[in-house]
Design a protein around this ligand. Sequence first.
Ligand SMILES: [Zn+2]
Length: 392
Amino acid sequence: MFSRHVLKEISAYCNGELSAAQSRDFAAHIMLCSKCRARYEEIKLGVSLAEQLPRLHAPDELWADLEPLIDAQQTLTPVERKSWATPRMKVAIAAAVLIVVTVGIWFLLRPSTLLPSPKSSWQVARINGTPRIESSAVTDKAQLSVGQWLETDGISRAQIAENSVGQVEVDPNTKLRLVGINGNEHRFELARGKMSAHIWAPPRLFFVDTPSAVAADLGCSYTLQVDDSGGSLLRVTSGWVALQLKDRESMVPAGAACQTRKGVGPGTPYFEDASPEFRQALTSFDFENGRKASIDSLLSHARKRDTLTLWHVLSRVDGDERLHVYQKMASFVPPPSGVTPEGVLRLDQKMLDAWRDELESTWSEGNLIPKKVAEEFWRIKNGVNRRVNQLQ
Ligand SMILES: [Zn+2]
């Protein structure tokens, strides 16, 4: 699946017309192929701009040219579709392109239907018991529309899915709402209970709000559990998840977990195979008083792999504490060339990122992520962040 380019599938992907398996292969390919990803990014930007355009009716004289083309295309088989544009048709299309800005770029991206209704729901399938959408029981399959709550009782479970995004299993005693779908971006709210998500959409298109943080998918599988106090526990099984609250962000890789608490936001990520002493010290550092003692304990119980935690702690402490964290990390994995102690201690983001790239090879023990994939991941993440900032 990595050798075949997916340029021809981009439109179908953007419109959610691929099957779940095809979407997964597509997402896996563009993670690694810069050519297809660049084209995808262009089209995605085009889609989001087009969605902001007003939709107008095409003038009658344009319809006269377009209708035969549309009819011709709809009668073709998928194989023929790839080469359906004859030179004469191409001239006609070129003319149509001139008007596209008025009628909306969506026409080009969605050749099979002229007035697409934007996606506004996820498919729901009952697994066990009687899940409910608002007050209606789900007996087999149903749709979860924007704004609606899906609720399970003590014995019921459900699966929700969207082909272009992924699928989510909803455990018993869970309350989950589809908050909104904005272009390719899907947002849920988990008020309580537990969900297991397998997401194949590109990074940062699937978000879950909890009472104490937002989980942003970065291409991954994870479980997220919200307790009655509004705190949550995130456990990542593949890829990465970002937990955010205001300017506090925790990046959680596969094999790691992170807790959140109401009023505090995300704690610090940790590997679940860290020692009990280390984890106890971290809980105390994140959510309890007695920070000085907990930092000493964290540093004395840290293993090489726990630099994931220490890397996050660096920017959450200052003064001598930051210096001690730096020294401990450097004793495991010295900063690469170009990264100076002064730079790290003043939290120079470029230097922190460069060191993290170096540390990452020690984080993935046990669930090896090839270095190339990890590098590609951070490249995409930074690119997506830049693009989001440009759009805002
Ligand atoms: Zn490609």
